[in-house]
Design a protein around this ligand. Structure first.
Ligand SMILES: [Fe+2]
Ligand SMILES: [Fe+2]
Length: 300
């Protein structure tokens, strides 16, 4: 088994679609504030190069000898099916040329309770949700790549209020995660989810932007031998080495498409060593170039 594993990790692409199926109830739920944010308050212009960047990303994924693509959520701006479909198409999720992938949703993909229940994300990203699972439930699921296990955990929920961007894994998924981690054959476990443990400066997430059951998820991850936590949600890229608080490193990919943040992460794993390269989109050339590099030791 080849000990070197190459992974591409990107997040928070926030794809929009030219026309979306608005329902009457959408004018009274979180979708309305998401739309105002996007169209009136100027969030949309920060994502104006999304199509171009995703095209460049696909070229990168084809050229840089990756074994797997990891997407940690927020495919859409407002959780409409048209947006999810478009995001999956732009990424080539269901094409023969595309690499195998792992995808989990973000809070924007479950913008409303109806969006969460619809299963649009799971349907359009199904090729990137293959894996071992417990009791045929979609989440969590695990994929083997060489000696490594990649474990996708759904931490997104629908929220009622405009200011609420919290997530939750939930007690039943946590139980399944505990079982899944215990049942996998030996090998380092890498957790992929939308929500962070910390912000870039090491402080906890803000009250209405974090994971409600973060402590429980960290406990299950710790007991289950997780050696690395990969996430998005925050649009700037950063990482933390392991510490006495969390015994594994944590990496935020940031947004692949937001102006100024636009980057993805390139990882080379060799045994317990990870080399990370932030690949930054260059607006002028339309290609990605190297940004910061970092080295992390995983607790293997
Ligand atoms: Fe996001
Ligand atoms: Fe998010």
């Amino acid at each position: 088994m080849n000990p070197t594993v190459r992974l591409a990790h990107f997040s928070d692409i926030h794809v929009t679609a030219p026309s979306c199926s608005w329902r009457l109830r959408d004018w009274f739920n979180k979708r309305m504030s998401a739309w105002l944010n996007l169209r009136v308050l100027g969030r949309g212009k920060h994502f104006r190069h999304t199509d171009r960047i995703l095209l460049a990303l696909r070229e990168e994924l084809a050229e840089r000898n990756f074994h797997r693509v990891l997407f940690s959520g927020d495919a859409t701006a407002m959780g409409f099916e048209e947006e999810v479909r478009r995001a999956a198409e732009l990424l080539g999720v269901d094409t023969k040329e595309q690499l195998p992938g792992l995808a989990v949703p973000g809070n924007h993909d479950y913008c409303t309770a109806a969006a969460r229940r619809s299963g649009h994300f799971e349907r359009h990203f199904a090729p990137w949700q293959d894996g071992a699972r417990v009791a045929d439930e979609i989440y969590p699921f695990a994929q083997r790549v060489g000696p490594v296990w990649l474990v996708g955990v759904n931490s997104a929920t629908a929220n009622r209020w405009a200011w609420d961007a919290r997530g939750q894994v939930g007690a039943t998924q946590l139980e399944r995660l505990e079982k899944l981690l215990a049942s996998l054959e030996p090998g380092p476990r890498i957790l992929v989810t939308h929500y962070p443990i910390w912000l870039a400066d090491g402080t906890p997430e803000h009250a209405f932007h974090g994971l409600r059951d973060l402590d429980a998820l960290v406990s299950v991850a710790r007991r289950g031998g997780v050696v690395l936590w990969l996430h998005g949600h925050r649009h700037g890229s950063y990482h933390h080495a392991h510490s006495e608080h969390v015994p594994f490193p944590v990496i935020c990919a940031g947004s692949a498409t937001q102006s100024g943040c636009w980057s993805y992460s390139d990882y080379t794993l060799n045994g317990g060593h990870l080399r990370g390269v932030q690949r930054i989109f260059d607006e002028r050339s339309g290609h990605f170039r190297d940004g910061r590099t970092f080295e992390l030791d995983l607790p293997i």
